[in-house]
Design a protein around this ligand. Sequence first.
Ligand code: FES
Length: 128
Amino acid sequence: MPQGPYSDKVMDHFMNPRNMGEIEDADAVGEVGNPACGDVMKLYLKIEDNKIVDAKFKTFGCGAAIASSSITTELIKGKTVDEALKLSNEAVAEALGGLPPAKRHCSVLAEDALKNAIEDYKKRKGLT
Ligand code: FES
């Protein structure tokens, strides 16, 4: 039985985050912070033929932010850049089995980090 406000999925991704770390030769890096809570998320992407082949993250933040980062890396791997751009914070929260209202902004941080990384990719490729 889940105890407290968090789903089992959130707890799982918080306790065993997937793809934590950094990619040294990343093709894109996104970094965002939330000035209100002070949490910071950094997302690294490896992109080949417009497809995200690897993703890693480093998050200095709350458990929900870590779980959101972790699930985001899982959700975007194998997606094209344009498909990944469509990933919303609602989809991140949903994939985690929901987040309590006070923690929704943590999934927004993941969406923003992803958008930021893709922007970086497009800039590097001269696509913007
Ligand atoms: Fe700020 Fe979770 S409390 S990202």
